[in-house]
Design a protein around this ligand. Structure first.
Ligand code: BTN
Length: 257
């Protein structure tokens, strides 16, 4: 991959013309693939998003990429989406000169609209296993094409900057940052990464709709916890909300996600 400056991430690399989902492809082959293996695809026929949603992109219009991390611990799983979101934001800043924000936990936004979605999954037993980090970045879509797909709150790098960025260049820029952040995480823990993340996180201070005690409730996002959870004020009490249990209101100019 041109532009890749990593020592282990993406050094085992496969590009596929078509696949069901790059996440599923790596999960099915994780046992035989090395730590840091990466797969990308021009087209996903069953691209998956979070909360059971699908991830749709026409062939060649977006980056669909998944990285495999062996030995990821279950108790660290809440941090991975934040690390990945930060890697995308920093990689795109370096490559494209744009400043992205992050909507907790890991939607990467440009001008308040969604540019990138991330789906982290794991298979972890007895504290040991693997995680996959699936990253989808809108590259070349026109605004109208996104609207036609029903993605009314999405943007692409092209639709905002007017420039085409190649999938391989974007993949390399993101992987370079992701390896740096993962190395920093191993050496120094989550604290320094959290500090960088907070600066980009647009969720803090916002009203959030939270699934709490099996009920949807409104809260205010106060901070991010050491485990990557969102600390919210719900009915005067500080609650720690994990990804999948909160959706942020107001960021896209509409109240539901
Ligand atoms: C979301 O915002 O809902 C997450 C979207 C994640 C999409 C990426 S594209 C590459 C990888 N393969 C998948 O099937 N999903 C992720």
């Amino acid at each position: 991959m041109t532009g890749l400056a990593t020592s282990w991430l993406g050094r085992h690399y496969q590009h596929l013309a078509e696949v069901d989902s790059t996440n599923d492809y790596l999960k099915e082959r994780a046992d035989s693939l090395p730590h840091g293996a990466v797969v990308t695809a021009d087209l996903q026929t069953k691209g998956r998003g979070r909360r059971g949603k699908s991830w749709v992109a026409l062939p060649g219009q977006s980056l669909a990429m998944t990285a495999l991390l062996h030995h990821w611990k279950l108790e660290e799983m809440g941090r991975l989406p934040l690390i990945a979101g930060l890697a995308v934001a920093e990689g795109l800043e370096q490559l494209c000169g744009i400043s992205c924000q992050i909507k907790w936990s890991n939607d990467v936004l440009l001008g308040g609209q969604k540019l990138c979605g991330i789906l982290c999954e794991s298979r972890i037993a007895r504290h040991q296993g693997f995680a996959v980090v699936g990253i989808g970045i809108n590259l070349r879509q026109q605004q109208q094409e996104l609207h036609d797909l029903g993605l009314v709150y999405a943007v692409s790098l092209f639709s905002v900057t007017g420039k085409y960025f190649g999938a391989e260049d974007v993949a390399a820029a993101v992987l370079n940052q992701l390896e740096l952040l993962l190395e920093q995480y191993s050496a120094e823990g989550f604290g320094p990464i959290l500090a960088l993340y907070r600066r980009r996180c647009v969720t803090l201070g916002q009203t959030v709709r939270v699934l709490w005690e099996d009920r949807e409730q409104l809260g205010t996002a106060l901070d991010i916890g050491e485990d990557g959870s969102l600390l919210c004020n719900i009915d005067g009490k500080v609650r720690s909300v994990v990804a999948g249990e909160a959706s942020v209101r107001g960021i896209y100019g509409y109240s539901g996600l």
